[in-house]
Write a protein that binds this ligand. Structure first.
Ligand code: NAD
Length: 248
């Protein structure tokens, strides 16, 4: 109860809250997280960016995985946590969201595109790696499923890849710049469902703190960085954020 009141108090008194979400906010929608107890990478080895570029067989593996993932994602919906966060963000015009997630569920919950920066891309569409032309997944999936073909970009002949950032792939420059700027300007930085194990994203709370922001983390398990936070809440996201949204 005390933690709930403190959380609400910090949000109500913030002029520029910045929310930072990770895979933990989507587990209640049925998408496994990364490093939690039933984490995705405990059963799937990652495909590195350099292998995607250099090996046709890695590209085949990658597209096959994306086809499987897309089937799952087409059925998932935003959960109580996503919906409550959308409500909380609506109360403050200057609120902003940085996410490490690639599942598009924040957009699906109703958070406007202009209030979201995705640090690790989005798995619901594809891009050309050379000219950045955007493609719907259907256009790439169909020839792969029907004829085993991986189509090239029809504009420049480049390689098409889902719009996610793979292991070993450079972070997107513009998104990183926005994240750093927002972190430096926030007066409240709220981490929701991230183990904060991946840099440079995990460095953002410290940057915010050094610019005078208060730090809050909501996560089921402790993280290595808990000690730098002003408020640490170890609870389930959906139920906790729903209470916050009802009471601010
Ligand atoms: P992570 O898996 O490293 O950490 C998630 C944290 O959330 C864990 O500490 C876990 O204990 C906590 N958690 C899980 N369910 C929770 C719940 N219901 N309530 C409270 N806490 C809960 O995730 P990360 O820090 O985001 O890093 C993982 C990387 O994997 C990111 O780069 C992301 O791009 C990618 N990823 C994304 C998705 C997605 O888009 N949904 C899913 C898996 C992985």
């Amino acid at each position: 109860m005390k933690q709930l009141l403190s959380f609400i108090n910090l949000i109500n008194n913030s002029r520029r809250p910045l929310f930072f979400t990770g895979a933990g906010i989507s587990t209640e929608s049925g998408i496994p997280d990364f490093r939690g107890p039933s984490g995705f990478w405990k059963t799937n080895t990652p495909i590195y960016f350099k292998d995607f570029i250099s090996s046709e067989s890695a590209r085949r593996d990658s597209w096959q995985r994306n086809i499987n993932l897309s089937k799952k994602l087409s059925k998932v919906k935003p959960n109580d946590g996503h919906l409550a966060l959308k409500d909380i963000m609506e109360r403050n015009k200057k609120s902003y969201l940085i996410t490490q997630n690639v599942d598009n569920l924040h957009q699906d919950s109703g958070v406007p595109e202009k209030k979201i920066t995705e640090l690790h891309g989005n798995s619901t569409y594809a891009n050309c790696l050379s000219c950045y032309k955007k493609y719907s997944l259907k256009i790439v999936h169909e020839p792969f499923v029907k004829k085993g073909l991986i189509i090239p970009c029809d504009n420049c002949g480049g390689l098409l890849k889902t719009a996610t950032i793979s292991f070993g792939q450079p972070m997107p420059e513009e998104e990183m710049e926005i994240a750093l700027l927002k972190a430096a300007k926030a007066d409240l930085f709220v981490v929701i469902g991230s183990s904060l194990a991946v840099y440079p994203a995990a460095g953002l709370p410290k940057i915010a703190q050094e610019s005078g922001s208060k730090l809050v983390i909501l996560n089921a398990e402790p993280t290595e960085l808990d000690s730098i936070f002003d408020l640490v809440v170890h609870q389930k996201i959906g139920i906790f954020l729903k209470k916050v949204a009802k009471n601010i």
